[in-house]
Design a binder for this molecule. Structure first.
Ligand SMILES: [Zn+2]
Length: 321
């Protein structure tokens, strides 16, 4: 019943900080009361860390921000993966510095993964940022725009919804502190300092173009499933021997029908974690239909995967060690 207590406690997300620094076991997650609201809920200043900025889905009654993750390296906030609603606020709560963000990676363009993108770009006006910002995401289809088209629709200086921010686009001749380039993912790339290798592979999220991302930082690695119903062999290869697998669990085991083409049920997450020989599993994108079912979820996962499993909450820190 520890998990029930655990879930109850997480209802106080915005007044209580949560740290699962080793992710040893879900039951071992340590909670600390936030002494001062002015103090950021930050991860360690040495090494690589994952901070969960948003552990929820699109719901507005789950007491969670939507999908977003921040990678810290030696005390610098370096990479954002997804930017769902609430991401910008929790970035602030985490003490993130947008001027050091190398790139924003988008798993797909659903609202709960992208809605705060304009908030970050507008917010950056008020800080000192001078370095180029690539935003990298999936290609489009008849259902969704490609990432570059999406960014144009938001910010294009003549036709964008937020055309007043058009100066930031790299194709604008107007002066801005830095430029944004929108890129459809093609192949693996590195951050400018060569410290982080970034790769992705397409996964099936119903009809929506979607990517799973992998970051290799030194000899440590982390994979983000994003939202996906299933992946092919390239996904298993992406997952292979990763230290952390952040798996989105939007549906319970009992879910049937089309939704299983959109999201992984717990048993499938376990199968992938086992097939990829992942060392630690983090369950995120938690929704009302899965919250409170952690014991059953864990049982299903454990049918194949027996490594450590953590259930993510907003602002959790996981050291990549
Ligand atoms: Zn989602």
């Amino acid at each position: 019943m520890k998990n029930s207590l655990f879930v109850t406690l997480t209802m106080f997300l915005f007044s209580v900080s949560v740290c699962s620094c080793s992710a040893a076991e879900s039951q071992d997650i340590v909670k600390t009361t936030r002494a001062n609201p002015e103090t950021p809920i930050s991860c360690g200043t040495d090494g690589a860390w994952l901070q969960v900025l948003g552990s929820g889905g699109p719901e507005i009654n789950d007491k969670r921000a939507s999908s977003a993750y921040l990678i810290w390296l030696n005390g610098e906030s370096r990479i954002l993966v997804d930017a769902g609603s609430g991401a910008a606020y929790n970035f602030e709560q985490a003490g993130g510095d947008f001027s050091t963000i190398d790139t924003i990676l988008l798993t797909h363009l659903h609202v709960d993964h992208s809605a705060d993108l304009p908030a970050f770009i507008k917010g950056s006006y008020f800080i000192q940022r001078s370095n180029h910002l690539p935003i990298v995401g999936p290609d489009g289809n008849s259902t969704m725009p490609a990432t570059d088209e999406y960014i144009q629709r938001l910010f294009n200086e003549t036709s964008g919804a937020y055309k007043y921010l058009g100066d930031y686009l790299e194709d604008s001749d107007k002066q801005s502190d830095y430029k944004v380039s929108a890129i459809v993912y093609q192949s693996a790339f590195k951050t400018k300092d060569n410290k982080i290798n970034i790769s992705a592979t397409p996964v099936t999220h119903g009809p929506i173009p979607a990517l799973a991302w992998r970051l290799d930082i030194g000899n440590k690695s982390i994979v983000f499933s994003g939202d996906m119903g299933r992946g092919d062999e390239s996904f298993i290869n992406l997952l292979k021997n990763t230290d952390y697998f952040v798996a989105h669990n939007a549906i319970p085991q009992s879910a049937t029908g089309f939704v299983r083409n959109l999201h992984m049920a717990p048993d499938r997450i376990g199968e992938y974690a086992k097939a990829g020989n992942v060392k630690n599993l983090i369950i995120s994108h938690r929704m009302n239909r899965t919250l409170g079912k952690e014991v059953q979820t864990l049982e299903e996962i454990n049918k194949t995967y027996t490594g450590p499993v953590s259930f993510a909450n907003d602002l959790d820190c996981f050291e990549l060690k």
